[in-house]
Design a binder for this molecule. Sequence first.
Ligand code: NAD
Length: 302
Amino acid sequence: MNTSIAFLGLGHMGSPMALNLVTAGYTVTGFDLSSAAVDAARASGLTVAGTAAEAVTGADIVITMFPAGRHVIDAYRGSAENPGFLAIAKPGTLFIDSSTIAVDDAKVAHDLAVEAGHRNIDAPVSGGVVGATAGTLAFMVGALEADFALAEPVLAAMGARIVHCGAPSAGQAAKICNNMILGVSMIAVSEAFVLGEKLGLTHQALFDVASTASGQCWALTTNCPVPGPVPASPANRDYQPGFAGALMAKDLGLALDALESTGVAAELGPSAARIYRRFADENGAGQDFSAIINDIRLHSET
Ligand code: NAD
């Protein structure tokens, strides 16, 4: 059977992901509310419908790649004037949401889909636009076993690593927990480099010690926030992302919501969320998140 896929949200990530599904042989119809995104997707060779309803009608699978949870829930639900995706889709459609959204929103989206007679999984990604284009994304999946089995080949056409993290919403949970580790560790590494500078240590000396000692972590050895020790890190190209500060601020905001709703006695996660929010609001939104080191220097005493 030729599986037909509606792909909604043809932005930075969605458009290249949809193209990889086409390359893998799926029949894909895309749609985006933004005419610029539609034009770019068409120019890249995607078939784009005139309306969301047209894309969703008759599709076996509906994938969403939207900015935030409210976009997903609103699109699923629809309004009095515009029926939502859940009302338009044929019974038993598999809904895959690959947007990064709050864990609680993922639960709401899942329940709405199931109540409407559909299947739903959350499958947020890491790997950025580079991974979306190369088809090497990592998918973190929250799904019932049977739904995961249905989705896996489709995800495999867009990604290199697919981890079934548990029940619905577990994919979003894994994503924000991982990114909270990343945000906190990048701040820790950056604070250590700035402290080293003040103490007269060279970047290379600190790197040579920490990268082979107990300070070793991805933020240091792959995405090193100072130029030099790791030539491929964004610090060597003026902090062009990579992983943008705006996205780190967003993901830490989602982690903060989850910390608050679960009552975890966390201190570093909320601090990291506050630091990255300030960074994104000042001028870090479009820079790689490792440019937080400049924010630390800026706010340090001279
Ligand atoms: P983007 O803003 O480029 O794309 C989102 C698109 O969704 C926009 O074009 C918007 O017009 C469209 N949209 C919103 N509501 C819609 C609706 N109801 N119907 C149709 N289209 C609609 O964002 P992006 O960078 O592609 O990111 C998408 C998601 O992936 C986000 O949740 C983000 O956090 C996550 N993510 C992004 C990256 C990255 O590097 N960009 C990495 C990992 C995860």
